[in-house]
Design a protein around this ligand. Structure first.
Ligand SMILES: [Fe+2]
Length: 220
């Protein structure tokens, strides 16, 4: 895995190989004001798989979270061992007043990944939706103690989280995501979460209408 930094004009100003991950599906990462946060999850390349997308849930894989100072003179990656997990996208991350790193995004357990994998591969038990069972979650990472714990925040099946991009890496109030049909609802939707008042609104889409990855447009 290689970490690149571009300046505001788009010029590449730094490239650095990050040692550690070993074939896991790393699709996204998070930043705060002072840290890059890597997620090295338990979905990894399976050389014995005959699936078209041969990345399977591996309990024995050493799932970890890496905390790396954005100021690259301040040291390497601190890897923290965690229980098996998978995450595809992160909505945002920030540093709280206690020095913890807070990261939010949809969390897949083994069953949720199994359904997503079946959809991707067109294999049984293929459901009608690409995501089934991923839930909004929040990691609290303590770099001083070397600990990370995760909790689920909501019961909707969501993916493709989005925020106002101007708040990337800082605490934000609102987040949005695609809501997928599951055992509790028939159609797709878009959810808006209000972190300040712990409430949500769901825009239900007509049955048969699919929502893709949303964009946030400030003051459209
Ligand atoms: Fe993506």
């Amino acid at each position: 895995m290689t970490y690149h930094v571009a300046d505001a004009s788009g010029r590449l100003v730094h490239s650095e190989v990050i040692e550690g991950p070993n074939g896991s599906v790393i699709h996204d990462f998070a930043i705060t004001e002072n840290y890059v946060i890597w997620f090295d999850p338990n979905v990894a390349l399976d050389l014995h798989s005959n699936l078209a997308f041969p990345y399977t849930w591996q309990r024995e894989y050493r799932g970890r979270i890496g905390v790396m100072p954005r100021d690259r003179s301040k040291g390497g990656v601190q890897w923290i061992d965690v229980d098996p997990y998978y995450m595809l996208h992160f909505s945002n991350a920030w540093e709280d007043a206690d020095g913890h790193l807070v990261v939010e995004g949809p969390f897949f357990d083994e069953a949720a990944w199994g359904k997503a994998s079946a959809f991707i591969n067109g294999a049984a038990p293929q459901g009608a939706a690409p995501v089934s069972g991923a839930k909004r979650s929040r990691w609290i990472i303590d770099p001083r103690q070397g600990t990370a714990r995760v909790g689920l925040l909501d019961d909707l099946t969501i993916e493709f989280p989005m925020i106002h991009p101007g708040f990337t890496g800082r605490q934000n109030r609102f987040a949005y995501a695609v809501v997928f049909p599951d055992a509790t609802r028939a159609g797709y939707g878009i959810v808006k979460y209000d972190m300040e008042y712990d409430r949500r609104w769901v825009l239900d889409l007509p049955i048969g209408v699919y929502a893709g990855e949303p964009c946030f447009v400030p003051d459209p």
